[in-house]
Design a protein around this ligand. Structure first.
Ligand code: FAD
Length: 397
């Protein structure tokens, strides 16, 4: 609709008192919830399990249950171990229901005997997905039975989108295949793209992708955490230490297999469903469909050096803001020199390289970065690094 016609419509609505509220399709306003009359009966779940070839899990054993008397997996000896592992991403990655941030399960079963434990914060059923057909069966069941759907891959999501209580959850962790296509890749539309590509399952984690491609001296624009999976990372855009050179991870995708809410398993690429292809590359996880595979461009594994980036002064100085601004303004220059990574700005942090005569606390930028081989640093770069203002310094070592 053009701007002009939108304007006319708004004026008419105001003049006649007509509400511009959208119309919603008729149907139940609330999803079915466990324990309520509309929740599917056991027979329906059994039928779904048969369709899935036995891949349906009812998560009666909770990850933190080892610490709670009365839970089926209660094991006092194991409690301390689980409490320790709870802080690792590997623990949550391996579980069909566990997620990294406790607030998104509403703290309902922590590995702490002094807190309450119940399944109330977790999905009611989980499909242990290994094929696109499993995803389709789960989506179809949820749609036809008005059950809320959840998608969990690694469970890393910072805003809790991979857990929802009382749902049917699709656990995509085992969609982890990785196939390298040297020299060219043929899209489902028939178009042949020249270059090197890899098709990765949406549950594949960064570490496994890096290791698999390293055999071919290739890598991908990927995330910094070993256990972040392709599913949420790429659909969220995906920033990387290689992004200053190649762009976001979503920019590298040439094709996806996706199961849409109507239960259709389809390939999307530049030629087929281009709108959906565009939306899935950055539109966020669990939005337009459940992706089973991504085909992405690969890039030659770069030679890199690790740099501990510091640009600092002492806490409390009046020119801290100016220092931050001056250093931040160097970013394009540093990127052109091959530096990329993650730096954090602090008012006060412990000196990571203490020594005689040096302050215990610093203020400014600190972070780990990578740099293409130091020999590629442009002329003058070291000088800019060394004295940007006050005590500020940044040095590769
Ligand atoms: C330690 C750590 C380091 C990180 N480093 C980086 C980084 O370097 N760069 C960066 O860009 N981000 C980074 N992130 C953020 C990360 O990309 C997001 O948290 C992302 O959402 C995680 O995706 P996931 O699939 O691993 O996690 P999940 O929590 O399982 O999923 C995240 C979201 O994606 C959805 N989803 C997962 N799989 C699919 C699928 N197949 N189809 C449809 N929806 C799906 C889920 O429903 C959920 O909404 C980091 C996060 C952590 C915890």
């Amino acid at each position: 609709m053009s701007t002009a016609s939108s304007f006319v419509l708004l004026v008419l609505a105001a003049a006649t008192g007509v509400s511009a509220a959208p119309e919603y399709a008729a149907g139940p306003s609330c999803k079915a919830y466990p324990g309520t009359p509309s929740w599917p009966k056991a027979d329906a779940w059994n039928t779904l399990n048969r369709t899935l070839g036995g891949q349906l899990i009812q998560p009666t054993v909770l990850p933190g249950g080892v610490c709670h008397k009365g839970q089926p997996n209660y094991d006092e000896a194991q409690c301390a171990t689980v409490a320790q592992e709870w802080t690792t991403s590997e623990f949550h990655l391996a579980s069909p229901i566990s997620v990294m941030s406790n607030e998104f399960t509403n703290y309902t079963c922590l590995p702490d005997p002094n807190t309450p434990c119940s399944p109330a914060g977790y999905p009611a059923y989980v499909v242990n997905v290994t094929t696109a057909e499993h995803v389709k069966a789960g989506i179809d069941f949820a749609r036809m039975n008005n059950v809320r759907l959840n998608v969990k891959s690694s469970g890393h999501d910072f805003i809790g989108r991979s857990n929802a209580p009382g749902t049917l959850s699709l656990w995509t962790h085992h969609l982890s295949s990785i196939t390298y296509h040297p020299d060219e890749f043929k899209l489902n539309s028939g178009c042949v793209l020249k270059g090197n590509y890899a098709t990765v399952g949406s549950g594949a984690i960064m570490w496994d992708i890096y290791v698999a491609l390293d055999k071919y001296k290739q890598t991908v624009v990927g995330g910094g955490s070993k256990t972040v999976s392709a599913g949420g990372y790429i659909t969220g855009g995906g920033h990387s230490i290689l992004s200053p050179k190649y762009g976001l991870a979503a920019d590298q995708v040439v094709e996806m297999e996706v199961v849409t809410p109507d239960g259709k398993i389809q390939k999307v690429n530049q030629d087929q469903n281009p709108d959906l292809f565009w939306a899935l590359r950055g539109g966020g996880g669990s939005t337009f469909g459940v992706i089973t595979t991504f085909t992405v461009k690969t890039v030659p594994t770069p030679k890199m050096d690790i740099v501990n980036f510091l640009a600092f002064t002492v806490p409390g100085v009046p020119f801290l803001g100016d220092l931050m601004g001056t250093v931040a303004a160097q970013t394009p220059f540093l990127m052109n020199g091959g530096l990329s990574g993650y730096n954090f700005a602090y008012r006060n942090f412990s000196n990571p390289a203490p020594g005689t005569g040096l302050p215990d606390f610093l203020a400014g930028f600190e972070g780990r970065s990578t740099m293409r081989r130091v020999s590629t640093i442009g002329p003058g770069m070291e000088v800019k690094f060394l004295r940007i203002g006050g005590l500020a310094t940044g040095f590769p070592y």
